[in-house]
Write a protein that binds this ligand. Structure first.
Ligand code: SF4
Length: 203
């Protein structure tokens, strides 16, 4: 483990989060699947990392009840999945950024993911690649805004960042950056565990 990763794991633990470091995706995935019981319901927040690792399908195949709006095709199904996910035993997502002080920074358009990370489920697992690490909160927000155009293009949104690749703090009706949640320390009613992986994952 690098000195930087070691310090971040220590900082997360100091903030009362559970935190583990993994050298590779396979061992992180094994650990995650051991932590989540087959009879637990799992809500998933929009995350390229989680999708990239095919976790929703793995969980469904082994028998977990999974609520993930990316698997839905109708507006009603999408809304319902977002709500049901927030009430599951376990919530699974990544974080947009993680600071060297062990803070988790997330920016949402709707807010379902950022709020479900702090209230609703009993337990939250955050799968995070090392590319999400930022020095401090300001750098974390800059990192998120610098990468936002990738989501805007993926979702075919009509936002300036989708066109130019840069954030201009837009007033677009399709703006993705409406809710910013900074999790300083583990909230009282939930247990958050971060699985930090030594690999670039998501954006
Ligand atoms: S504020 Fe607007 S332009 Fe900036 S990243 Fe968010 S959606 Fe894109």
């Amino acid at each position: 483990m690098s000195e930087r990763a070691k310090k971040i794991i220590e900082a997360l633990r100091k903030n009362n989060f559970k935190a583990q470091y993994f050298d590779d995706v396979e061992s992180a995935l094994d650990a995650l699947l051991n932590k989540i019981k087959v009879d637990e319901s799992v809500g998933i927040g929009g995350s390229m990392t989680i999708s990239q690792l095919d976790i929703p399908n793995i969980l469904k195949k082994r028998g977990n009840e999974v609520h993930f709006h990316w698997l839905e095709s109708t507006p009603e199904g999408i809304d319902s999945a977002r709500l049901l996910a927030s009430r599951c035993d376990v919530y699974l997502t990544s974080t947009n950024a993680l600071t060297e002080k062990g803070q988790l920074i997330n920016i949402d358009g709707i807010g379902n993911r950022a709020t479900s990370m702090v209230y609703g489920p009993k337990k939250v697992y955050i799968i995070c690649g090392i590319n999400k690490i930022a020095k401090n909160v300001d750098d974390a927000i800059e990192l998120i805004k610098n990468n936002a155009y990738k989501n805007a293009r993926r979702l075919k949104l009509n936002t300036p960042c989708a066109v130019t690749g840069k954030c201009n703090d837009c007033d677009s009706p399709q703006r993705m950056c409406n809710v910013t949640v900074i999790i300083e320390k583990n909230p009282n009613k939930i247990e958050i565990e971060v699985l930090l992986i030594n690999k670039e994952l998501g954006y």
